[in-house]
Design a protein around this ligand. Structure first.
Ligand SMILES: [Zn+2]
Length: 535
C-alpha cells in the first residue's frame, strides 16, 4: 500500500486564497482525509494529464508519516493540491449544510480534477468526462494556470455541486436554468473567497463600496483578459445588464447581484447592532451562504428559474429559523422583493396538514416506499392535468441528518418527476433539428421527521411552460444553439460550439445541453455576440 494521510483525520493543505498575483502567499486550510497520492480522496481525485502533450505529470504524494510536503507555488504538485483543496472545501461545506454526502450528477464516485488540461483561456465542468478541466494560457511572457485562481476553481466546483443535486439542470428547456448554473458557480466562488480570513480582513468595512468585489474578482479579471469578469460585475450590475438577454452569465446577474446586495445590507445591519466590521462580514457571509446552500434542497427537479432559487433561499431559512428572531431574513427578503425575485409576503406557511398512508419505515423511506406514499397522495402532487392516472417516478429520496446525531433524521426530501413529450413544428422544429422534445414535470417535497410538509417546489408541465419553451426555441434559432452529434468528442464539440446551448438530436428527438465550456469563462478571443430575446 502506498502512503496515505490518516484515516478520518483532517489534512492540512495550502492554497492561494485568491490569485497568484494579488495573494501570492499560500494559506493553510484543512480538508477531510484520508488522501492518497494524486491527491485522491473519497469524493474527488486529481489526475494531472495534459491532453495536448499526452503526458501525465508527477503527482503530489504524502510523506510516509502522513501529510503532504510543502511544494513551491510554481511546482505542478502545488497546483494539484491547490485545486483539490479548494474543490474539497466547497464540497464539504455543502455536505455539512445539507446533512448528507453528495452523489455526483454523473455515473461515478469521484469528480476528477485535471489541473493542466492544455492550452486554452478557459476552465469548465464536464459531466460527460466526470471532470473539472483547468487550462493554462500565456499572459505576457508567463503561463497563467487557471487552477491557481481561487474563484475559477470554486466556480467550476459550484457547477459540479449543482449538477450533483439536480442533474436535470444540465439539460434545460428554460434559459434561466443555465443562468442559475452560472449564478451558483459565482456564489460558490464568492463564499469560498470570503472563507479566508486574509480576504475578509482586506474587504471588511468596505462592504458597501465597490472595492469588496474588485478585490475578490481579481483572479477573474487577471485570468481571462476580459473573461471571468462576472464577480466584479456583481457590484455594479444594473438591471440593463440582464434585461432582454438570454446570455446565461448576464442573466445570472439578476440573482447574484441581489444576493451580493443582501450580503452588504445584512453586514450593515449587523454593524448597527454593534458588531465590528470583520465580525459583521463573517456573520453576514455565514447567514447568506447558509440560505444559498440549503436552498439546494428546495429546488424543483427540472428547468428551475432564478426566481425559484431565490424562493428556495427564503424557504430554507424559514425552515431553519421559523421566527426570524434577529430579523436577518427580513433584510434578505427586502432585497429579493425589490429585485422582483420573490413576491411580497413570501413564503406563506405550508398547510401543515398530515398526508395519507405514512409507511412504517417513515422517515427512512426506500425509493419504493416513497413512491407508494406519493401515489396514495397523488391529488397533492403537481401531476395535473391527468392527476389521477399520470405515471411518475421517484427520482431521489434524500435524508438530512444533523451533524451531531448521525442516526437521527432532520428532514426528508422526495423528488418526483415525469416526462411530457411535446411535438414541434416550423421554426421550433428547425431550431431543435427534431420533431419531439421532452419536458420534465414533477416536484420536490420536503417533510419534517413527523411527516409535516415543509415545502413543495411544484413544477407541473403547464400550457404556459410549453409556450415558453417554444418561444425559447424560436429565439435561439440561429444564434443560441449549436447542433451537435451525440457521439462527437466533448472537447471538439466545445471548441466548435461557442454558443450557450448544444442541441443533440437522435431518432427525431432533441435534447438541449448547457454548454458550460462556452458560458463559464467567456475568455479572450471569443467574440461575444449579444444574445437577445426577441420582442
Ligand atoms: Zn460557469
Amino acid at each position: 500500500m502506498e502512503p496515505a494521510t490518516g484515516n478520518g483525520e483532517l489534512v492540512d493543505l495550502y492554497v492561494l486564497p485568491q490569485d497568484p498575483r494579488s495573494t501570492p502567499r499560500p494559506v493553510r486550510v484543512k480538508v477531510r482525509g484520508p488522501l492518497r497520492g494524486g491527491p485522491i480522496g473519497d469524493r474527488i481525485a486529481v489526475f494531472d494529464y495534459n491532453r495536448d502533450r499526452d503526458v501525465v505529470f508527477r503527482a503530489a504524494r504524502p510523506r510516509a508519516g502522513g501529510g503532504f510536503p510543502r511544494y513551491d507555488v510554481d511546482d505542478f504538485r502545488f497546483h494539484q493540491l491547490n485545486g483539490y483543496a479548494i474543490a474539497a472545501r466547497a464540497v464539504e461545506l455543502v455536505e455539512l449544510e445539507l446533512g448528507r454526502p453528495l452523489r455526483w450528477g454523473f455515473d461515478g464516485s469521484r469528480l476528477t480534477i485535471v489541473p493542466h488540461a492544455g492550452l486554452l483561456a478557459n476552465a469548465f465542468y464536464s459531466a460527460e468526462s466526470h471532470s473539472l478541466q483547468f487550462f493554462s494560457f500565456l499572459r505576457g511572457k508567463s503561463a497563467y494556470h487557471t487552477v491557481l485562481a481561487h474563484d475559477i476553481v470554486a466556480h467550476e466546483t459550484g457547477h459540479a455541486i449543482l449538477d450533483a443535486v439536480r442533474p436535470r439542470y444540465y439539460e434545460p428547456w428554460h434559459p434561466e436554468t443555465t443562468a442559475l448554473h452560472e449564478a451558483f458557480g459565482d456564489l460558490t466562488a464568492l463564499f469560498a473567497a470570503l472563507s479566508h480570513d486574509v480576504i475578509r480582513r482586506r474587504v471588511a468595512g468596505r462592504l458597501g463600496r465597490a472595492n469588496l468585489l474588485s478585490e475578490v474578482a481579481e483572479g477573474f479579471e487577471a485570468s481571462g483578459e476580459g473573461g471571468w469578469t462576472s464577480l466584479r460585475s456583481l457590484v455594479d450590475a444594473k438591471p440593463s445588464a440582464w434585461k432582454d438577454t438570454l446570455e446565461p452569465h448576464d442573466l445570472s446577474l439578476r440573482l447574484t447581484s441581489a444576493v451580493y446586495r443582501a450580503l452588504v445590507k445584512l453586514g450593515a445591519r449587523i454593524r448597527r447592532e454593534g458588531g465590528g466590521a470583520l465580525a459583521a462580514l463573517k456573520l453576514a457571509r455565514t447567514v447568506i451562504q447558509r440560505m444559498a446552500v440549503r436552498a439546494l434542497d428546495y429546488l424543483p427537479p427540472a428547468d428551475a428559474t432564478l426566481d425559484e432559487f431565490a424562493r428556495a433561499m427564503l424557504v430554507a431559512d424559514t425552515v431553519a429559523e421559523p421566527k426570524d428572531e434577529r430579523g436577518y431574513r427580513e433584510v434578505v427578503t427586502g432585497v429579493l422583493v425589490e429585485r422582483g425575485l420573490v413576491p411580497r409576503g413570501f413564503p406563506e406557511p405550508a398547510d401543515g396538514e398530515k398526508w395519507r398512508a405514512y409507511p412504517p419505515s417513515w422517515p427512512r423511506l426506500s425509493q419504493r416506499d416513497a413512491y407508494l406514499f406519493l401515489d396514495a397522495n397523488r391529488e397533492r402532487l403537481a401531476l395535473a392535468p391527468h392527476a389521477e392516472v399520470r405515471d411518475f417516478v421517484v427520482r431521489d429520496v434524500q435524508v438530512k441528518r444533523p451533524p451531531d446525531g448521525p442516526g437521527e433524521v432532520d428532514q426528508l426530501v422526495i423528488v418526483y418527476e415525469y416526462p411530457v413529450d411535446v411535438e414541434l413544428r416550423g421554426a421550433e422544429a428547425e431550431a431543435a433539428g427534431a420533431r419531439w422534445i421532452t419536458l420534465r414535470g414533477g416536484g420536490t417535497l420536503a417533510f419534517d421527521p413527523s411527516g409535516r410538509l415543509l415545502h413543495h417546489a411544484e413544477k407541473p408541465v403547464t400550457g404556459e411552460r410549453v409556450r415558453q419553451t417554444r418561444a425559447f426555441l424560436r429565439d435561439g434559432e440561429g444564434s443560441l444553439f449549436s447542433a451537435v452529434e451525440p457521439t462527437l468528442d466533448d472537447q471538439l464539440r466545445r471548441a466548435a460550439a461557442l454558443r450557450p446551448w448544444l442541441v443533440e438530436s437522435a431518432a427525431g428527438r432533441a435534447t438541449l445541453r448547457a454548454n458550460l465550456g462556452a458560458t463559464c469563462g467567456r475568455s479572450a478571443g471569443k467574440a461575444r455576440r449579444p444574445v437577445r430575446r426577441r420582442r
